[in-house]
Design a protein around this ligand. Structure first.
Ligand code: HEM
Length: 184
């Protein structure tokens, strides 16, 4: 997993829970990196699982909720760091339709060793989009949060229905998104 995900995660923890919490989760985790990450480095994604588990224990908040909240935060950080990728994209649906074939393709050019999920996208009508997530890392909660962050970013409220096709392990998940039209 790219270091930038770790550095953003530790910033998120500091902002939400304070700097002492960052120190505590690092101390309580067994990390080959020792808890020091650079944005361009690459680390074992199990370090993220370990850090999240400890944050969950310390805060009493379920890990799925923490991962989702982090995903939402991460999207807004990525949106300001990679403005170029957002040029000519005008809505959440437009963005999500370009995620697999453009956004993550560009990410792969920047970070050839990135471990990316696979997204299959089916458009089913102007207000419905089906996005199927697949990844051995099982980070569907992170994907859920990023979809919410994407909706926030474009000011396009979405209702998200989620179906786990991997018996609850989050490696294969279908998200059915419905655009909420505002009624004047
Ligand atoms: C709603 C939009 C997005 C979703 C749902 C999404 C989803 C994900 C998920 C779930 C992962 C974790 C890896 C896995 O599950 O196997 C991931 C990794 C990643 N994504 Fe995206 N992503 C989105 C947008 C973006 C954007 C805008 C960028 C940057 C411009 C980006 C860059 C990355 C990077 C750098 C990684 C880390 C790869 C690694 O750790 O090796 N993503 N994405």
């Amino acid at each position: 997993m790219k270091g930038l995900v770790f550095t953003e995660f530790l910033d998120f923890v500091e902002g939400r829970f304070g700097v002492d919490s960052v120190d505590r989760i690092i101390q309580d985790s067994e990390l080959a990196s020792g808890g020091s990450y650079t944005a361009v480095g690459t680390y074992d994604h199990r370090e993220m699982v370990e850090l999240l588990g400890n944050l969950g224990r310390q805060s009493g908040i379920p890990v799925s909720e923490l991962l989702e909240a982090f995903g939402r935060h991460l999207f807004s950080q990525l949106a300001s760091a990679y403005r170029r990728l957002f040029e000519n994209i005008s809505s959440a649906f437009d963005f999500l339709e370009h995620l697999e074939g453009y956004i993550h393709v560009e990410v792969r050019k920047l970070y050839p060793e990135a471990e990316l999920p696979r997204f299959e996208c089916q458009n089913s009508g102007p207000d419905r989009l089906v996005l199927v997530y697949q990844s051995g890392r099982g980070l569907a909660d992170l994907a859920h949060g990023m979809i919410l962050g994407c909706a926030d970013h474009f000011g396009d409220p979405l209702e998200i229905e989620r179906e786990d096709l991997s018996a609850g392990v989050g490696t294969h998940v279908r998200f059915t998104l419905t655009r909420q039209r505002s009624h004047p």
